[in-house]
Design a protein around this ligand. Structure first.
Ligand code: FE2
Length: 414
């Protein structure tokens, strides 16, 4: 609960909120923070307000008993001006990151529309559509091969229906991320991309109701488990589909334990790219469930895959997958040591300790939200993870928490 207090009773250790002061009128990068020293007290006084808000619960120090007689001299005013200037320079750098994310979202929107067209085209046996889908998959695989510094970033997509194309794009992106990390060559990456994109094409042959049904009868389960075979039969009507792509589609539900389907093959019998797609597919099905109330956070999904479901997967690939995504994968909503709430936007596999985050800050309009790098722009770390339903409505809306957690490649921002 925030309380109003005279600026002359502030002291280091108090947690203040400048949410009532326009962001461009104060020299601080954040509008809520703990006062570190007396210089910062002076800078707050220099803003020219009689009172500010502070948070007694987050404060480590009590307010002064009476107003201090701190003077705001010319030196303080000058330092506040130079801090403001630094803030603006820094802010423009941070805002440039937002542009990168906006561009990525535009590319993603296009990919969703295209995929929808490809899928229905392939289903109706249109060779031209299949060739276009192959071309898109090839381009995507090249992005991961040719750009040395690629990150997988979070996009909050608002899918209105089950959106098979959202799942297919996620599986393709995550599979390519793992394939690139494992050193796959151009041809293997192209197969991985196309196989990832098409892995569930057989589902489109099944009644829609069956796909989304929560409790299937044994007969319905049997029918559902036909989708890898159906996928192969759809693709076999198309020319020049590689053997690996067919195998990815056929084997993406096989498990290293031999308890998967359709064949119950064990690790040695499952081709490596199908093992990759199985990991990406399971991860996406956990975070983007058909029933959103059953979805788990990206952080929890990795914990489940590395714990309860571990034996299903190729252990080396699973370890790599977790290493690339980080302990708190993009899309994870977190509480930080500062008390802030935010969402992880992007993780650089080569620099896992400094992910990009958006913090909930009512003082900065949502469309201008700043993307910070943890540990570089802000000296805070993750304290715990939150489920979207644990957020209040304002934070939920600000952080764009919706139903789908979508991944897409973007250049790593430094
Ligand atoms: Fe599937």
């Amino acid at each position: 609960m925030l309380k109003e207090i005279s600026v002359r009773r502030l002291t280091p250790g108090m947690y203040v909120s400048l949410r009532n002061v326009p962001w461009f009128r104060h020299p601080f990068l954040r509008s809520s923070f703990e006062i570190k020293n007396r210089e910062e007290v002076r800078e707050i006084i220099a803003i020219g307000r009689e009172t500010v808000l502070y948070d007694p619960e987050k404060s480590k120090a009590e307010p002064l008993k009476a107003d201090s007689r701190i003077k705001v001299d010319a030196a303080t005013a000058k330092s506040a001006v130079s801090h403001s200037r630094m803030k603006f320079e820094k802010a423009s750098e941070l805002r440039a990151r937002r542009v990168k994310f906006q561009r990525m979202e535009e590319n993603f929107e296009k990919a969703v529309v295209e995929s929808r067209v490809f899928m229905s085209g392939v289903m109706s046996g249109e060779v031209a559509r299949c060739e276009e889908a192959k071309k898109t998959a090839l381009q995507m695989s090249r992005v991961f091969l040719e750009e040395t510094e690629m990150c997988v970033s979070f996009i909050n997509a608002s899918a209105t229906d089950d959106g098979q194309e959202f799942h297919s794009l996620n599986v393709m992106t995550l599979s390519l991320m793992l394939g690139a990390d494992l050193g796959y060559d151009a041809e293997s990456m192209a197969d991985l991309a196309f196989g990832g994109l098409m892995h569930d094409i057989g589902l489109l042959k099944l009644p829609k109701g069956l796909q989304i049904k929560p409790n299937r009868s044994p007969a319905e389960t049997k029918m559902f488990q036909e989708h890898p075979r159906l996928g192969v039969s759809v693709l076999s009507r198309m020319p020049d589909i590689s053997r690996d792509v067919m195998k990815i589609v056929y084997q993406h539900h096989e498990e290293c334990t031999g308890r998967g389907y359709p064949k119950g093959a064990t690790k040695a019998g499952i081709i490596p790219p199908a093992r990759i797609v199985a990991i990406a597919d399971t991860y996406d099905r956990l975070i983007n469930t058909r029933d959103p109330s059953k979805a788990v956070s990206p952080h929890k999904a990795l914990a489940l895959m590395f714990g309860k479901y571990k034996d299903r997967f190729d252990p080396d690939m699973l370890t790599r997958f977790i290493k690339i995504l980080g302990v708190y994968p993009p899309g994870t909503v977190c509480r930080f040591t500062s008390g802030d709430i935010g969402v992880i936007m992007s993780v650089d596999p080569k620099d896992l300790l400094h992910p990009e985050v958006i913090l909930f800050d009512p003082a900065i309009p949502k469309h201008e939200a700043i993307i910070y790098r943890l540990g570089i722009d802000l000296d805070i770390v993750v304290e715990s993870t939150l489920r979207p339903d644990e957020l209040d409505a304002e934070a939920f809306n600000y952080l764009n928490s919706r139903t789908k957690i979508q991944y897409y490649p973007s250049p790593c921002g430094h």
